[in-house]
Design a binder for this molecule. Structure first.
Ligand code: NAD
Length: 263
């Protein structure tokens, strides 16, 4: 799985097609979408139009909350594959656990079946907590390969990342840039960026890479799409890492996975 991929949350079908085409031209090979984003068709068009061989691509999609349950999940995967125009996914994720509905374990069994059948090369979860992830690990045959969670310098999730490390689960950061909501204006990041002659976005993405995260930054602006992949030619020092480590506010921007999707 490439450590830097391309996200397409809140992007229409047509815009997703354009942005993914640009990203693939710039050298991205991994794309993260979801049935809930409503743009799998546009993503699929860009993948096919790019001329990049299927085996070089890494395509992730996710099943939405109303697609949970064993049979529903099998059907949801077929529907996503058909919209994407693919015959297998590289990674299929349960988008949110919705613990109150109590369907995520049954849904996980369907993902295990999809893996067995080759419809998904690997399977994982998103927005799972230590509690819900722990239940999956206890009950399942296959340990999730990935947990895709909100993670950025203002919300660093040290406890969950340690849990992932202990269980061999890869941490994938969504909102790696803090969704453009002020994080990139932080003066501490600006100072580190100046010292490396890089942008704050590149510094944040580099921080993720050095703590071991997979990242899927989103942009529809060609220059930013290129900038966000250009993060391999410099290294943050232990002092830089410490400075960024101290920015954690422990407050998420997104919904709380314990309650989201309930009711
Ligand atoms: P992000 O942190 O990637 O921020 C994207 C925003 O940051 C852009 O809209 C733009 O405003 C700004 N930006 C991007 N590049 C920039 C740059 N170089 N300089 C300055 N500003 C820049 O937030 P995101 O889109 O929410 O998260 C990334 C991806 O994660 C999504 O596209 C989606 O694929 C995934 N995601 C998953 C979940 C989930 O529940 N699993 C939730 C949200 C997002």
């Amino acid at each position: 799985m490439p450590q830097v991929g391309f996200g397409v949350f809140q992007v229409s079908d047509d815009e997703a097609e354009r942005a993914v085409a640009t990203a693939l031209r710039e050298g991205y090979r991994s794309v993260d979408t979801a049935s809930a984003y409503g743009n799998e068709t546009g993503v699929g068009r860009a993948l096919r139009g790019s001329g990049v061989p299927r085996e070089e691509l890494f395509v992730t999609t996710k099943l939405w909350n109303d697609e949970q349950g064993f049979d529903n999940a099998l059907r949801a995967c077929e529907a996503s594959l058909s919209r994407l125009g693919l015959d297998y996914l590289d990674l299929y994720l349960i988008h949110w656990p919705v613990p109150d509905r109590g369907l995520y374990l049954e849904t996980w069994r369907a993902l295990e079946r999809l893996k067995e059948d080759g419809r998904a090369r690997s399977i994982g979860v998103s927005n799972f907590t230590v509690g819900t992830l722990g239940r999956v690990i206890e009950e399942a045959d296959v340990v999730p390969a990935v947990n895709q969670i909100e993670l950025h310098p203002y919300f660093q999730q040290d406890g969950l990342r340690a849990f992932h490390r202990d269980h061999g689960i890869r941490t994938e950061a969504w909102a790696p840039l803090g969704q453009g909501r002020g994080l990139l204006d932080d003066p501490a990041l600006a100072a580190v960026a100046r010292a490396h002659d890089r942008t704050p976005a590149q510094v944040v993405l580099r921080w993720h890479l050095q703590i071991g995260d997979v990242v899927i930054p989103k942009s529809v602006t060609p220059s930013r799409i290129a900038e966000n992949l250009d993060v391999f030619g410099f290294e943050l020092s232990p002092d830089d890492m410490k400075t960024i480590g101290e920015l954690d506010k422990g407050v998420r921007f997104g919904p709380d996975p314990v309650t989201f999707g309930t009711g």
